[in-house]
Design a protein around this ligand. Sequence first.
Ligand code: CTP
Length: 436
Amino acid sequence: GLTGRNIGWVLERTLPSTVRNILRQAGQIADRMGFKVYAAGGLVRDVLLGHENLDIDLVVEGDGILLALELGRAYNAKVRQHHQFGTAEVVFSDDFKIDVATARVEFYAYPAALPQVESSTLHQDLYRRDFTINAMAVALNEDSFGNLVDFFDGREDLQNHIVRVLHNLSFIEDPTRILRAIRFEQRYGFKIEPQTLKFLNESVRRGVLAKVSNDRLWDELKHILAETEAEGMLRRMEELGVWAYIFPRVNYWEVEPVLKDLPRSIRQISDWGMMVPSSGWLVYFIAVLHWSDAEIARENCAKYNLSKRQTEKVLAALKGWSSTVALIWKAPRHVKVSQLAKALLQMPRESYPMLLAILEEDELKERFRELLNIIKDSKPRINGKYIKQLGYRPGPVYREALDALWRERLDGNLRTEEDEQAFVRDYLARLTKRSE
Ligand code: CTP
C-alpha cells in the first residue's frame, strides 16, 4: 500500500479553519496521552477529491473515549460515551458532532517486540470498511500530521474513479453496502469495479437484501433519496435487481419518466424562488409511489416506518395529482385561477416537483409557475407564532389552519392582518369543537 504521503496541504486547502483546528487539537491531545489518532473514511475521500466534508470520524489507537473526553473538555462540548463499543461522540452543536472510535484490538496479542502492532490495529479497523475509497486515514499526531495511510490503494481507485470492495464477503457481511456502492458510483460518476460487481450481483441473487432490517435499509435509502443524483441511483437499483427489495410491488418503469425529469423540476422550482420542500427525500418517495395503488403505497410507507403525517402526504399526493394536473391543463379557460391555486395548496409541497415533471409542455410549466407566484403573493401575514400565542399546542392543526387561511386569502376575502387573525381564531375554534 501507499503510505507516508503527506496530504496536510490538502486538508489546509479544503477544510474550514474550525475543523482544521479540531483535527490539530485531537492530535496534540493524543500526543499527550501517548495515543495515535487518525481521521478516517469519508472525510479523507472527499478531501482528496477536493470536496469539503465536515463529517469527522476519528480512529484512536489507544482509548478513544478518553481522547473524546479531553477533546470535549478543550472545547467545552458535551461527550456521549458508548462503553460497550469503545466509541464516543463529541457534540459541538446540534448539527456538528465528531465520532471517535477505538481501533479494534485483535483477539490475540502480538509479541510486544513487533513494531507493526500499533498500526495493525488501524489496519484492522480500516479493513472492516466498505470500499477502498472509504478505507483511507490521515494521521493527526503532531509529528506525522497529514500523513496518508492507504493500505488498500484507495487513492489510486479514487483517481481511476473506481468503487471496489476490500474482500469478497463484503456484501454478504453487510448487504446495505449494495446500496452504498450504487450511491457512491452515481454520486461521483464512478464505475463499480468488475470483480466487485460480480460479488454484488451474486449477493443480490442470493437474496441477502431480504435479510436486512427495514431500519437499516431506510438509513441508506433516506440518504439516497436526498442526493442530487437520486434519480440515477434509483435507475441502478432497477438495473441491478435491487429495486424489488426496496420498493416491493412498485413498478419502476411506470414511474421512470417522472423520476428522470425530477432533478430538473426540483432545480426549476428552487430557481423560481419557491418553497423548497423541507424533506428532500419525500419528493422522491412521493414520485416513486405516485402510480401505485393506495394499498401498496401504504405498505411501502409502513415498511420504512414513516410518520402518520408523512404517510398522509404520500397518500394525498397519490390521490390528488391527476385531478390537479387535469385542472392546470384545462386552465385558464374553464377554471378560475384562485380555484386552481387552492387545489394546488391542498397538495403536499413535496409533490410539486413531480407535478411539474408531469406537466411536460413548456406552456403548462409556465402556467404552473404563474400559479406558484400567485400562491406566493397571497401568503398570509400571520404564521404559526400567532396560533401559538392563542395557546394551541403545536401539531397538524397549525398547518391545516394556515392553509385554510391561505385559501381564503386567494379569494381576496381578507384585507388586513386583523381579518386574518379573526379568521384563524374562528377556524381553530370550529376545528377543535369538531374533534371533541
Ligand atoms: N461504513 C462501512 N459500511 C457501512 C457503512 C459505513 O464500511 N455499511 C464505513 C465507511 O468507511 C464510511 C464510514 O463508515 O466511510 C462512515 O460512514 P458514513 O458516514 O455512512 O459514510 P461516508 O463515507 O461518510 O459517506 P457520506 O459522505 O455519504 O456521509
